[in-house]
Ligand binder design. Structure first.
Ligand code: PEP
Ligand code: MG
Length: 563
């Protein structure tokens, strides 16, 4: 979205671009437009004769081996120099590259269509990418970035391209480009890029995770961004609002710098008290925990004053695998992810997948509306072995950590009962006398309005307002077209939380959706009876500070202050 403002003061045109925040932060810098080489060239197929088929197979094999070796080296280098979650991305790329089905399809493309290896790579990867792009879930669509990344590597190895143009970008620039691949992050890590502006890129992509981890401001969905006349323009990037001001006036620069100073001051204040407890004005102590998926998230969160883990999304331990992990493998993953939180309470959420977040080793039935289909606990009920493996791993972990167990996407009392039955049976089998505390995610209006029916079987409830909003407003959380309908801070959501609290006042309530991380909504959230917030690590200091300025009781807020 663009607005232009003729600016007589500078004799040039100021442009205001509005996009979607991927990673917050405010910086200014000079725009460098980077024309990505991500699209494989659209050139006519290179035909071969039957006699050349074997030669093309050998070229393909040699290129595959070279890329596979490069990726293995990259895994080690990134783990050492950047972080191990990013290294896992390249490990996953290696798995994609060596996937037998993919290799078979590439060979078939060469023999059946008599094309050279580089043409086969272009055709086959495009087909695979399309399949992922057609999938409903953002996670599946984000996978298409990984496929693109692997295809570009393989294609370049075949045609002899060795350099990445990102090696040339000036340090300290505001990088403007159409999209970035996971492997591009390695080049950005080496340079001090001030901010990244993208035409395409989703909040859940690998690059987005990396940007947030690196505290690199990033805004996406800025269409027409790579227009060459933006090269060299001064940009004020406000990653918190998603607004970019190009060629600003002196007044705009002044205002921006003032906002940066205010932000830095309040962040500094919050940071200074990050390790202290968060107590409201009316004296209520609120637990501020962390949402994590990788071990870096946990480390980062503990450094930022987390008082434990409020949501460990187990999906990360499954989505990169071609086979289901054993309980031992899962336990090893959990130990690694949670190591920094040892001694604190940790809430492990059971796997939340379905046709919207497919697993390579489960044949999910195709559903016309996966968000309303078999996902979360519904899948676990259908695949009890998948559930039992997780429960075994979690019970083993409970011998070392103060573990609580969270059930995703609860709708019916029976959803809780089934998990509890398996949990208690396994506890009996393993001679565990005190089962971990059990909690239900409240992510559907039905669960919010019927909590009384399963309250007797749980120790706590955790609101997942991302899904609760999606289901309350019938608006896909990933679909930009219905964004105006998706407002997780709407009174509707607060009312659902309040009604739940009124129905089951004895049950401790947490909130682990993105709403918990918005300082300006904290007071309203606490007034609904929520006493535990779980948020991304970097947000903890600001959330704690907001709690210190809030009251839990509505009357305390509205009561006039005595002078
Ligand atoms: C939620 O829905 O708010 C939630 C925390 O779960 P997820 O974002 O993983 O679906
Ligand atoms: Mg959810």
């Amino acid at each position: 979205m663009f607005e232009t403002h003729p600016d007589s003061e500078l004799g040039s045109e100021t442009e205001i671009l509005k996009g979607k925040t991927i990673s917050p932060g405010m910086v200014q810098g000079i725009v460098h437009v980077h024309h990505s080489f991500l699209d494989l060239p659209d050139i006519p197929p290179e035909a071969i004769s039957l006699n050349d088929v074997e030669k093309e197979f050998s070229r393909l094999n040699a290129a595959t081996t070279r890329v596979s070796d490069d990726l293995a080296a990259l895994v080690l280098r990134v783990a050492e120099e950047v972080d191990s979650s990013l290294a896992e991305v390249f490990g996953a790329h290696r798995l994609i590259l060596n996937d037998p089905a993919l290799r078979e399809e590439l060979r078939r493309e060469i023999t059946e269509n008599l094309v050279d290896a580089s043409t086969a790579v272009r055709h086959v990867f495009r087909r695979w990418e399309k399949r992922f792009l057609l999938m409903e879930s953002q996670i599946a669509r984000d996978k298409s970035d990984d496929l693109r990344d692997v295809s570009v590597r393989l294609y370049n190895a075949l045609v002899g391209i060795t350099a990445n143009p990102l090696e040339e970008i000036p340090s300290g620039c505001v990088l403007a480009t159409s999209r970035l691949l996971p492997s591009d992050t390695i080049f950005l890590a080496d340079r001090s890029v001030a901010a990244v502006l993208l035409e395409y890129g989703s909040f859940g992509s690998h690059f987005a995770l990396f940007a947030r981890e690196m505290a690199l401001p990033c805004i996406s969905r800025l269409s027409g961004l790579s227009d060459i006349h933006r090269e060299g323009a001064l940009a004020l990037v406000d990653g918190s609002t998603g607004i970019v001001t190009l060629r600003p006036t002196c007044r705009q620069i002044d205002q921006f710098e003032k906002k940066v100073r205010t932000l830095a001051k309040s962040l500094g204040r919050a940071q200074a008290h990050a390790m202290e407890p968060a107590i409201t004005r009316d004296g209520v102590s609120i637990a501020v925990l962390a949402n994590v998926g990788f071990c870096q998230d946990t480390e980062n969160a503990m450094r930022n004053g987390a008082e434990g883990v409020g949501l460990y999304r187990l999906e990360q331990a499954y989505l990169g695998r071609l086979e289901p992990p054993s309980a031992e493998a899962l336990l090893a993953d959990m130990r690694q992810t949670l190591a920094a939180a040892k001694g604190y309470s940790v809430v492990v959420r059971l796997l939340d997948v379905g046709a919207d977040k497919p697993l390579p080793f489960i044949e999910f039935a195709s559903e016309s509306n996966p968000a309303l289909g078999c996902r979360g606990v519904r899948i676990l009920k259908e695949y009890p072995e998948l559930l039992k493996t997780q429960l075994r791993a979690i019970l083993a972990l409970s011998q070392e950590y103060d573990v609580r167990l969270l059930i995703p996407m609860v709708t019916l009392a029976e959803d809780v009962m089934v998990v509890k039955k398996h949990l208690l049976a396994l506890c009996g089998e393993l001679n565990i006398t005190t089962p971990p505390q059990l909690g239900a995610m409240i992510e559907t209006p039905a669960a919010a309005l019927s909590a009384r029916q399963f309250a007797g079987d749980v120790d706590f409830l955790s609101f997942g307002t991302n899904d609760l909003t999606q289901y309350a407003f019938a608006a896909d959380r990933e679909n930009a077209a219905v964004e105006p309908y998706f407002n997780d801070a709407d009174e509707v959501i607060f009312r659902l939380m309040q009604l739940t609290h009124d129905d089951v006042p004895e049950i401790p309530l947490s909130l682990c959706g993105e709403l918990a991380g918005r300082p300006e909504q904290v007071a309203r959230v606490l007034q609904c009876g929520i006493r535990t917030l779980s948020v991304a690590g970097p947000l903890i200091p600001a959330v704690k500070e907001a709690i210190r300025h809030s009251n839990c009781l509505v009357s305390a807020v509205t009561k006039p202050q005595r002078s």
